[in-house]
Design a protein. Structure first.
Length: 120
């Protein structure tokens, strides 16, 4: 995949996340994609490990159903990788910051690591 193709994928992912459009987000993933999440409930020794578009889609449907705003920043785009930060804010003021690292295969996200830090 060229950097231009990767930039288009990154744009679609950003739009999907910021607009809470699960279909747009899921169009960026390979059928057999894997997503690992490290957060306050899933430490590095036991991350949440989602496999396949169905499990990943369920995760994004849950996230997008919550009353919060999402914004993407600090993108780094290469031929076969995308990295970015995602800042989220709930209506009650709680903030979450995530660092996202995505490996691409055949123009889609094949593996992703999401590390989140929450206000507490």
């Amino acid at each position: 995949m060229t950097t231009v193709g990767t930039m288009k994928l990154a744009d679609v992912m950003q739009q999907g996340i910021e607009q809470c459009d699960v279909d747009k987000i899921m169009s960026c993933y390979a059928d057999n994609a894997e997503l690992r999440i490290v957060d306050r409930n899933h430490p590095p020794s036991e991350p949440l490990h989602l496999r396949g578009k169905e499990e990943i889609g369920d995760y994004y449907r849950d996230v997008c159903s919550r009353q919060m705003q999402h914004s993407i920043d600090q993108e780094v785009i290469g031929n076969d990788r995308i990295a970015f930060t995602e800042a989220c804010e709930y209506n009650d003021g709680t903030r979450v910051l995530a660092a996202e690292l995505c490996e691409l295969s055949e123009g889609k996200i094949a593996r992703q690591l999401n590390v989140q830090a929450w206000d507490e």
